[in-house]
Design a protein around this ligand. Structure first.
Ligand code: HMG
Length: 385
């Protein structure tokens, strides 16, 4: 059977962040609650001229530069911070990246889960048309109301992946375990900028979904726990992944092995929650920060999107994978960022897009090559500098 999976992947994170120590100081709480209690260090903050489209284009451009656009006939854009109720964000990216005209582009939504649906759909499409390549993008800005328990778990980033036959990075196993239940743990009505959520309840539902998807994955012929050498989790905050991993190990009758999931948390601590992109940032983090050679190793992945849909699946790392990573570029993005003060953070947080169709020109602030140059007649104006 033809192997299908991820040929290359990269992420992008905006260059501003607020350190959680700064947030803790402002709220007068022990910074250890954030650094150890939830396991987070920084919240990535997009500027006025950055959004899910510009972050997505930045993440995807490097893949197109290195692997070309030929054969890309589908763009799947996963997000829960959509910028339009009708038009798919992927269409802007399609134009900015100069992708082939004979291509479909759609947007997928199911909280943080949708990128996994996109990845599985991409694999299905390539199974039917093995010459095709699919660009899968996950891009989100995780924003919670200030002074809520969710505030320290904000963040922003995009991950782009090329999916094709005989991939160079990771073959995705066909066996998978799914879980859907209608719950109100986190949701965002169309009229709100920020979600409503029940943090403790959401964490409990997340843990239950780990076991439900694992059981289904096993029932469908998935790999044994001991055959998976690394685990990647959706990471609303890194401690959630640690708890999930202990929970799964206990259920599988295995010794808790924190190291098997820890490489996946390195980048998340520096970025924050990035919703649909989070699990895939964890996968990149695992591949790029692991000291061990992961060739031929099997990795387990757990995807969770509130509301809720979850999936456990797995894949095998392909020989030569290290040559396809963007480790130096990603390290550079993470290391060369600017810290903002609490007032700088509130300024970025409060900014809203115009709603009356007036023309607005945005000065260049982003460090990337793509930006939102402004608005006119209710249209968003994206440019490549
Ligand atoms: P909280 O209620 O403020 O925190 O926020 P807490 O009081 O439970 O403390 C957290 C941990 O810090 C505790 O440890 C404390 O003991 C510890 P634990 O009991 O968990 O082991 N702690 C300290 N540790 C060291 N030094 C200290 C200290 N003080 C306390 N001084 C909560 C926690 C998860 C509720 C909050 O972050 C939240 O509401 N987050 C938003 C919702 C969320 O992230 N849910 C996760 C599951 S749902 C999901 O992942 C989907 C999602 O991504 C959305 C989507 O799908 O679109 C959110």
């Amino acid at each position: 059977m033809t192997k299908i999976g991820i040929d290359a992947m990269s992420f992008y994170v905006p260059h501003r962040y607020i350190a959680l120590s700064e947030l803790a100081e402002h709220h007068g709480i022990d910074p250890g609650k954030f650094s150890r209690g939830i396991g987070q260090e920084k919240i990535a903050m997009p500027g006025a001229d950055e959004d899910i489209v510009t972050m997505a284009a930045e993440a995807a451009q490097v893949l197109i530069d290195d692997h070309g656009a030929e054969g890309i006939d589908t763009v799947l854009f996963a997000t829960e911070t959509g910028i339009d109720q009708s038009k798919a964000a992927g269409i802007y990216v399609h134009r900015l990246l100069n992708l082939p005209e004979n291509c479909r582009a759609v947007e997928l939504k199911q909280a943080c889960y949708s990128a996994t649906a996109a990845l599985q759909m991409a694999c299905g499409h390539v199974a039917r048309k093995p010459t095709a390549r699919v660009l899968v993008i996950a891009s989100d800005v995780a924003r919670y109301d200030r002074d809520t328990s969710g505030e320290p778990t904000q963040g922003a980033a995009a991950v782009a992946m090329l999916v094709c036959a005989n991939p160079g990075l990771m073959e995705i196993d066909p066996e998978t375990g799914c879980h859907t239940e209608d719950i109100m743990d986190f949701w965002r009505p169309n009229y709100r900028r920020t979600p409503l959520f029940d943090g403790k309840y959401s964490a409990l539902r997340y843990l239950d979904a780990v076991l439900s998807t694992w059981r289904d994955y096993q029932a469908n012929g998935g790999r044994r726990y001991e055959d998976l050498t690394r685990f990647c989790y959706h990471l609303p905050f890194s401690r959630m992944g640690e708890k999930a991993h202990r929970h799964l190990a206990k259920h599988a009758g295995a010794k808790p092995d924190a190291a098997a999931a820890s490489d996946g948390m390195t980048y998340a601590r520096q970025v924050g929650n990035c919703y649909a992109a989070s699990l895939y940032l964890s996968l990149i983090s695992t591949l790029e920060t692991s000291q061990d050679d992961l060739t031929d190793q099997a990795i387990g992945l757990f995807s969770y999107g509130s509301g809720a849909v979850a999936e456990f699946f797995s894949g095998r790392i392909v020989a030569g994978y290290r040559d396809r990573l963007y480790t130096a570029r990603h390290a550079d993005l993470l290391q060369h960022r600017d810290a903002v003060s609490y007032s700088g953070y509130t300024e970025l947080w409060e900014r809203v897009d115009p709603r009356d169709g007036t023309a607005v020109t945005l000065p260049k602030q982003s460090r990337g090559q793509f930006r939102l140059a402004g608005f006119n007649e209710h249209q968003r104006l994206y440019v490549k500098d």
